[in-house]
Design a binder for this molecule. Sequence first.
Ligand code: ZN
Length: 177
Amino acid sequence: MALLTVLTDENPRLRLKSQKITKFDKALRELAVNMLETMDDSNGIGLAAPQVGVLKRLIVIHIPADLAFEGSPEFSAVVVNPEVVKGSGEQIGEEGCLSVPGWFGEVKRYFAVTVRGRDIYGKEIRIKADGWPSRCLQHEIDHLDGIIFTDKITDPSTLHKVEPKEEAAEEELAKVN
Ligand code: ZN
């Protein structure tokens, strides 16, 4: 297992279209494990292979129960060649991205999606999700086509940066108080 470097949005590789995966081998499983480890280490809830510089259609997601986004239950997924085959309703909510550190903004997405793809062993899978898991699936699948959430901001005035320093300072202040 190894931590991978997450590319940030000035890197042109993030804008390329990723290739379909045809080999379900040990190297693919290692990539998935390393992506999960990298995502957890960065406190992310989702990661797509192009974000670690690998232009292959693989996404990993883990929304821990303790984050409880808008009441969503815990959700995990590792999907190879994921495709949104059905989308319905809409939701507008704030997103961030490990490749756009510190930035957040509101994005409109389908409320519910059906995603088709394969598991890490090549078996066909179909995932139905709504709310946060659905948003996360759509965000990660966009990465496979070179799309970053900032391309889809609903209202530019919602895009804002949270400085890690400010967060740390606030925590310090909280400790003092
Ligand atoms: Zn992202």
